[in-house]
Design a protein around this ligand. Structure first.
Ligand code: SF4
Length: 73
């Protein structure tokens, strides 16, 4: 959803009344979530669910690879 079409958009200030961010591209959503965290993304954003899945590690392929040459104490 475009912010301009949303009832939570404040036309006077030009920002969301809930102080949420609504990036328009996947790349922008990645940057927003890296800088401001997952809670900053609007629930109406097209990329939010995909971003949360990546953020929570649900779509990572298997366990993290082990580092060679390191032993546990
Ligand atoms: S960020 Fe979300 S809730 Fe806020 S104005 Fe935009 S679409 Fe509406």
């Amino acid at each position: 959803m475009r912010c301009e079409d949303c009832p939570r958009f404040d036309e006077d200030t030009g920002v969301c009344r809930d102080r949420k961010l609504n990036p328009e591209s996947f790349g922008a959503a990645v940057e927003v979530i890296q800088i401001f965290g997952p809670r900053s993304i609007c629930i109406l954003n097209d990329f939010r669910e995909q971003m949360l899945d990546i953020w929570e590690g649900k779509k990572l392929p298997g366990p993290a690879p082990r580092m060679k040459g390191r032993r546990r104490a």
